[in-house]
Design a protein around this ligand. Structure first.
Ligand SMILES: Cc1cc2nc3c(=O)[nH]c(=O)nc-3n(C[C@H](O)[C@H](O)[C@H](O)COP(=O)(O)OP(=O)(O)OC[C@H]3O[C@@H](n4cnc5c(N)ncnc54)[C@H](O)[C@@H]3O)c2cc1C
Length: 331
């Protein structure tokens, strides 16, 4: 019988990735609700230390699938490795974080395992009566949420967006077992080869990692205030600049700055939304922030229903005054 909650514990730069820590947090809650063990699947080359880290982050057992051909993520080799691990361990639930790699791996793996996949989820829980996983995912452009249940196939599989859950806390007093699973990878059969990795150039703190994000929307009426008002304010606070899709679609700022359903998900301590109305699709990207401050000249703007603090006013007046005060306080 399928047993346990398995998390694909993705490795990034030789370490347990940030999204893996979040998924171990999700998996731990599911495992506790089911009364079953939390299993981490660690795929790569030389990943013994990562497996131990997965245990420190909540796993009861870490299964390693090691092979030189798995040193870097590749669709086919990782699908083969995970298929071997899952078929051997037979987990009840399988959780994959939606990094670029997880997004790629999830559907292909589900097909190989002949199981159902709830993709792009924002929350997973266990139904107390049926003991089945309930996976919640946005539908209809983020205007509604659907609950997906996989009744018969195993494992019950879900891909989960990053930044939608608290990462598992590290506890190096935790103990668990590390078990190696032999995986055969026929390097000659791989149809793709990674020839080069190019790191994207970036200045300042990354939007996804920032503790403070300050975003602008269509109310800005042009790019000048993004770079003249918003960016200096963000720099003073060591924050990152985000934008609504409307501002991106206008061509004022690059796509990488878009926050929302079809942009990035952020969960900073402080999210300041300036001249953004608060459409469901935007809030899908910033709703996990600890504190949301809205600056809008329309007192009836929908964003005030979600904001913790609302400032009704023109951003061209509010933001420079706010920036000046912050700069004084930080001196
Ligand atoms: C499938 C789908 C996916 C989507 N994905 C995303 C996404 O990822 N991210 C996203 O953001 N949107 C997304 N959208 C679009 C979303 O529905 C909204 O259209 C968009 O978020 C609106 O952007 P906005 O709030 O900047 O603009 P508007 O809705 O036009 O709001 C502008 C706001 O600025 C205020 N304002 C104007 N001037 C000032 C001023 N001087 N001072 C203060 N306030 C002022 C106005 O009162 C208004 O509230 C998506 C839509 C769909 C259908």
């Amino acid at each position: 019988m399928a047993q346990g909650v398995m998390v694909f514990a993705e490795v990034a730069g030789g370490e347990l990735s940030a999204i893996a820590k979040e998924m171990l947090g999700v998996g731990r809650r599911l495992a506790d609700a089911l009364g079953e063990p939390l299993q981490a699947a660690v795929v790569g080359s030389g990943v013994g230390d990562v497996a131990q880290e997965a245990i420190y982050h909540g796993a009861d057992v870490a299964y390693t699938a090691e092979n030189d051909a798995l040193a870097q993520y590749q669709t086919m080799s990782y699908t083969d490795a995970m298929e071997t691990v899952v078929k051997q361990v037979e987990p009840n639930v399988l959780v994959v974080g939606m990094s670029d790699n997880g997004r790629d791996l999830g559907p292909r793996l589900a097909f190989r395992l002949n199981t159902g996949l709830a993709s792009d989820c924002v929350s997973l829980s266990i139904n107390a009566e049926s003991k089945l996983m309930e996976a919640i995912r946005p539908v209809s452009g983020g205007n509604a949420m659907a609950t997906v249940v996989i009744e018969d196939a195993r494992p019950q599989m879900a891909t989960v967006r990053g930044k939608t859950a608290e990462p598992a806390a590290r506890d190096d007093a935790r103990s668990g077992s590390v078990e190696a699973i032999a995986v055969e990878i026929d390097a000659a059969s791989l149809t793709t080869t990674i020839v080069e990795r190019v790191k994207a150039e970036s200045e300042g703190v990354r939007l996804e990692d920032a503790e403070i994000v300050i975003s602008g929307g269509r109310g800005f009426k042009g790019p000048d205030d993004f770079y003249g008002i918003l960016e200096p304010c963000a720099k003073t606070m060591n924050g990152a600049v985000g934008a609504s899709r409307a501002a991106v679609d206008e061509g004022w700022v690059p796509t990488q700055m878009q926050v929302g359903l079809t942009g990035k998900i952020v969960s900073p301590k402080l999210y300041i939304a300036c001249a953004i109305s608060g459409a469901a699709q935007h809030m899908a990207g910033c709703g996990y922030s600890k504190t949301i401050v809205a600056v809008n000249r329309d007192p009836d703007a929908p964003i005030y229903q979600r904001a913790n603090i609302g400032v009704v006013g023109d951003y061209t007046k509010v933001l420079p005054a706010f920036h000046q005060k912050v700069a004084e306080l930080l001196q």
